[in-house]
Design a protein around this ligand. Structure first.
Ligand code: FAD
Length: 492
């Protein structure tokens, strides 16, 4: 049995390998998540490693993972790599379409490298930074040097990416059951061990009733622990009682593919001044991500929770954005590869509870998208890996306490950063503030470079530079905003 913190063969071990890199709390000396994905567990004799046959309802897996996207597959990989008997149920078959911007930042690349998947990204487009535009200005920003993360990213369609990670999990020994949908949880009443858990936790769950798409047959999959990774709609999660905190921001985005002469541009591009049909600036952004295969991924995203933009017509915003996009991309209705599709972006850990005595919630199911930039793939990989560490420790004898630790680690890693991000997006939700900040910021490459590091969660753990100082200032401002809000609520 191996330790999940061990490096997969053939990959260099950068600083911090073997655990999800912490967020920007690192400069202030945050606690790091515990490392081992459990190594003392006994492997059951009946273990079925890596098979993709029909579910066997007499077998009890160590772990059932619901959903084979970034969060579920990363969790399954780290658990299987540590030797645990893990099954993933994925309702679709890979390769499958998934609505996304298809952008991998250095944070996501780091996780793929740790799983040994980066070497398989041969068909992906490697890019070197962000070109940000808005209010008549444009600035090119290279990804910064960083001791933990690489200074490049990739674009690759989710059609091509997600199967690679699921395959990696299967090669590590996970049983990946594609075309198998978890219909409902197998719930069990509380045990004596659960008495110390507060109300408002996930209930005990012994597995799931599943349906195999090909045959339509239903059966049960049983497991000692369950990881919920079923994405932003999270029907399975909701059947376990999860809900979204409506006070937190939620994104809404639309994307489509276009043929473009600049399909292999070394920069991804974002525009901070997207406008509604009346020409009013809307708080959100538009993007054009070159895919290197003749196409670019074009999209618009905004915060659907902002009262003023609730019900906004994203199709119209997208049409406007395409019409106004820089000419060099060659975008027009004629170069569209098909109609755009959209999705929700639950952010800032807005969905919970994240844990219970034998179940945890990861990725979009737990609302783990970064509110600063709408990035969720990296956070799916990271939270999946954190869950693998915790569940591994639970299986190794730590029991349900280890899952309580997962909850603490999750919040300790992201809460502060997401609080700053939420305050930031609320502030720039006011068009005047947005215009002022972006207009001023865009005049200075230095300012934008620091902002990029903050927004992409690439602050350095080892030095206190301009971005880290700016972040500390934003944190103080976010705390003041929070106190004012509390005061207002108390006086109301
Ligand atoms: C328009 C748009 C653009 C985006 N652009 C980017 C971007 O450029 N970069 C970025 O980092 N993030 C982006 N995101 C966010 C990103 O797509 C998500 O954060 C990410 O996919 C989350 O991964 P996940 O594994 O939690 O969920 P998902 O990727 O949604 O995976 C969940 C999986 O579970 C399966 N499933 C669901 N229910 C069941 C069930 N009951 N039984 C079995 N299987 C089930 C689904 O088929 C799916 O494969 C974007 C999102 C949208 C909507």
């Amino acid at each position: 049995m191996t330790d999940a913190s061990a490096n997969p063969p053939g990959t260099a071990r950068p600083a911090g390998a073997g655990r999800p890199p912490t967020g920007p709390r690192a400069p202030q000396g945050s606690r790091r998540p515990s490392e081992a994905a459990g190594s003392g567990g006994r492997r059951p004799a009946s273990r079925r490693r890596g098979s993709d046959g029909p579910p066997d309802d007499r077998h009890i897996y160590d772990v059932l993972v619901v959903g084979g996207g970034p969060a579920g597959s990363s969790c399954a990989y780290w658990l299987a790599e540590a030797g645990w008997d893990v099954a993933v149920v994925e309702k679709k078959r890979f390769p499958r379409e998934k609505t996304c911007g298809d952008g991998l930042t250095p944070r996501a690349v780091r996780q793929l490298a740790d799983m040994g998947v980066e070497s398989e990204l041969a068909g992906a487009h490697r890019y070197h930074g962000l070109r940000a535009g808005g209010f008549g200005h444009i600035v090119e920003l290279a990804w910064p040097e960083h001791p933990v993360f690489p200074d490049y990213g990739y674009t690759i369609t989710r059609h091509d990416l997600d199967g690679l990670v699921a395959d990696r999990a299967a090669k590590a020994g996970a049983t990946v059951l594609q075309g198998t949908e978890a219909l409902e949880p197998l719930l069990r009443g509380p045990t004596a061990e659960d008495a110390t858990w507060p109300d408002g936790r996930l209930p005990r769950c012994d597995g799931a009733v599943v349906r195999t798409k090909d045959t339509g047959a239903t059966s049960e999959i049983r497991a000692r622990y369950v990881v919920v990774a079923d994405g932003s709609l999270s029907r399975f999660g909701r059947a376990l009682g999860t809900s979204r905190d409506k006070g937190m921001p939620q994104g809404m985005a639309l994307r489509g593919y276009y043929e473009s002469p600049r399909h292999d541009d070394p920069f991804i591009e974002s525009h901070l001044d997207i406008r509604d049909p009346d020409g009013e600036v809307v708080p959100g952004y538009g993007w054009i991500f070159p895919l290197g295969d003749g196409r670019v991924n074009v999209g618009v995203g905004l915060l659907s929770t902002d009262r003023r933009w609730r019900g906004a017509n994203t199709t119209k915003l997208m049409e406007n954005f395409v019409r106004g996009a820089p000419e060099y991309w060659g975008l027009s209705p004629d170069t569209a590869c098909g109609p755009p599709t959209g999705g929700r972006l639950p952010m800032g850990l807005a969905v919970g509870p994240h844990s219970g005595p034998n179940a945890v919630l990861v990725g979009d199911a737990g609302g783990s998208i970064n509110p600063f930039n709408g990035e969720g793939i990296a956070y799916g990989y990271e939270t999946g890996r954190m869950a693998a560490v915790a569940v591994g420790q639970a299986l190794s004898g730590g029991g349900s306490e280890a899952l309580r630790d997962f909850d603490h680690t999750l919040h300790e890693t992201y809460d502060e950063y997401y609080r700053v991000a939420r305050a930031f997006v609320t502030l720039i939700g006011h068009p005047e503030v947005m215009r002022l900040c972006v207009g001023l910021g865009m005049r200075s490459e230095l300012v934008m470079a620091q902002l990029l590091r903050i927004m992409a969660n690439l602050l350095r753990p080892d030095s206190l530079g301009a971005a880290e100082l700016a972040y500390a200032g934003m944190l103080q401002a976010a705390d003041v905003v929070r106190q004012v809000r509390h005061l207002r609520a108390a006086l109301a």
